[in-house]
Design a protein around this ligand. Structure first.
Ligand SMILES: *Cc1c(COP(=O)(O)O)cnc(C)c1O
Length: 358
């Protein structure tokens, strides 16, 4: 028995969870600071926890009304029709759904390098060939239509990440519009706004009124603190939004996720606290870390050290878990998620001891 040829598919290796690291170090998980996965350091919204508890007794039923209610609430928030909101299992699920809806065997897609690992994975799962455009460290990972168009040659998808993971750079809205304008009518620009809550820049939502070649990814995993529930969504042009029914895995977004998402949406206080603390932590890291950093619109900061893996390993021994960026092709960099005030201060002082200097 053989699988189909999967040799081009690269396995995704998640970082170690906090429990595993604690066990390895013989420490209590509560004594560790995990700033490696851009998760919400305040946890989920208390309202979401309540909603999950309340919905627990209903998990013998398929999620139907809850799915409809959450879709309506999101549509309302963005001023779109419910049809234009595609609920998906995580933002990653949206990437799959767009692949299902759009890609045919042998189609080509254009993804940023360095970039988010799941773009090429999802495209390859759906038979596409992955090409890349560079975001140059020397230019501060600047994202311009011109630089992307240099590499563009009729690909079916162009992935944009703004704010960009792992660099934190952003693509101005007029650049996104120029890119959409200059690419073929059958090229979809996927604007990944997984970190959209943390930036002061406007969403690409405004472009959906006049264009049918842009889709926007949003997620509950980051600012809303629901990463473990796997809940994301797409904002989709009305022209082809009805494709959802034809490609959706029935009930793929689970009942608890729908209820928690609805509750989290109504908890402005939780999101505001998260965003405010993130902005403080970004500034603190820029100012206090003994390493060059890049401006970030996300809930993380990229820093240049000599050997990212060595710094990450040494920090982990001290109970501070951060991300070394070798897998992004940046072995000289580390990415630190914005924590609470306390955990951010601890991470910076631990890292400064490792890095040295003053
Ligand atoms: C976290 C993230 C996502 C979505 O993650 P999900 O947990 O699947 O919602 C998408 N794009 C980028 C760049 C991310 O960092």
């Amino acid at each position: 028995m053989n699988t189909r040829d999967l040799s081009a598919n690269i396995p995704y290796r998640a970082g170690q969870g906090i429990e595993e690291v604690a066990r390895d170090l013989g420490l209590d998980p509560d004594d560790l600071v995990k700033l490696s996965s851009n998760e919400n350091p305040f946890g989920p919204s208390p309202k979401a926890i309540e909603a999950i508890e309340a919905a627990a007794a209903d998990v013998h039923t398929y999620p139907k009304a809850a799915h409809t209610d959450l879709t309506a609430a999101i549509a309302d928030q963005w001023g779109l029709s419910p049809e234009q909101v595609w609920l998906t299992p995580g933002g990653d699920g949206l990437l799959d759904y767009l692949s299902r809806a759009m890609l045919s065997e042998g189609d080509r897609v254009l993804a940023p390098k360095p970039g988010f690992a799941y773009y090429p994975m999802s495209a390859r799962y759906h038979g596409a060939v992955v090409e890349s455009y560079p975001l140059a460290k020397e230019n501060g990972f600047a994202q311009t239509a011109e630089a992307i168009l240099d590499q563009y040659d009729g690909q079916r998808f162009v992935y944009i990440t703004t704010p960009h993971n792992p660099s934190g750079s952003e693509m101005p809205l007029d650049e996104i519009e120029t890119l959409a304008e200059e690419t073929d009518t059958e090229t979809l620009i996927i604007v990944d706004e997984a970190y959209g809550e943390f930036t002061a820049e406007p969403s690409a939502r405004g472009l959906l009124d006049d264009r049918d070649d842009i889709a926007i990814l949003r997620t509950f995993s980051k600012a809303y603190g629901l990463a473990g529930l796997r809940l994301g969504y797409g904002l989709i042009p009305s022209e082809w939004a009805d494709a959802y029914e034809r490609i959706n895995t029935p009930f793929a977004v689970n009942l608890l996720a729908c209820h928690a998402g609805l509750a989290a949406l109504s908890d402005d206080e939780h999101v505001e606290r998260t965003v405010e603390t993130t902005r403080w932590a970004r500034e603190f890291m820029h100012d206090e870390l003994n390493a060059p950093t890049w401006p970030s619109g996300g809930n993380f900061v990229l820093a240049e050290v000599e050997d990212g893996a060595a710094v990450a390993e040494a920090a982990q021994k001290e109970g501070v878990i951060i991300r070394d960026c070798a897998s992004f092709g940046l072995p000289e960099c580390i990415r630190i998620t914005c924590g609470t005030e306390q955990s951010t201060r601890r991470a910076v002082s631990t890292l400064n001891e490792i890095i040295g200097g003053d």
